[in-house]
Design a protein around this ligand. Structure first.
Ligand code: SF4
Ligand code: SF4
Ligand code: SF4
Length: 166
């Protein structure tokens, strides 16, 4: 098992998402693939429409338009035990160097979409404003991902699992 990336690495976006992002509550990847029938009940149940059918017919999360409210509707819809309540959600936010605040351009779009107040901007040397991400407040909801105008935000695994690479 790999060590969890450091917070500095998170902020610099040096760790790319290593695995398929399954719906919340998903069993460890091998068990999930065994239990999931690809029935799509979870996909249809998601009110945010962030679940899509992926490789092999298995569902995964697509944050290109929306985020997860952790409503559990997908878990409730799953009759096979592939998704179970109260499982840890091993995803947290990572910000790439392309973030506009690294280039002296003021942009607070991600902050505007973060209800958890995990993203703040603070004055830095040279009169710049730099992003200050508090990973401890990040729920991994993904609502900050789609609005970023330069696609600088992604979710990475905060606790590595045996999930396979996408
Ligand atoms: S918890 Fe709710 S919003 Fe999140 S993927 Fe499941 S159904 Fe969709
Ligand atoms: S509802 Fe359960 S079994 Fe059906 S596709 Fe979703 S995770 Fe797989
Ligand atoms: S993933 Fe959610 S909680 Fe984390 S920084 Fe983005 S909007 Fe905030």
């Amino acid at each position: 098992m790999t060590a969890a990336p450091s917070r500095r690495a998170f902020l610099r976006g040096r760790f790319e998402a290593p695995a398929v992002m399954r719906p919340i509550g998903a069993l460890a990847e091998s068990a999930f693939l065994e239990a999931c029938t690809g029935c799509d009940d979870c996909v249809r149940a998601c009110p945010e429409a962030i679940l899509v059918k992926g490789d092999g017919g298995y569902p995964h999360v697509d944050l290109s338009d929306n985020g997860c409210t952790f409503c559990n509707d997908c878990i409730d819809a799953c009759d096979t035990g592939a998704l179970i309540p109260d499982s840890p959600w091993p995803w947290t936010v990572a910000v790439a160097e392309t973030c506009l605040s690294n280039k002296g351009v003021e942009c607070r779009t991600c902050q505007d979409h973060c209800d958890s107040r995990a993203i703040r901007f603070r004055p830095a040397l040279g009169g710049q404003v730099r992003m200050d991400l508090d990973a401890s407040l990040c729920t991994g909801c993904g609502f900050c991902v789609a609005p970023c105008p330069v696609n600088a935000i992604s979710l990475i695994q905060s606790t590595p699992t045996e999930a396979s690479r996408c």
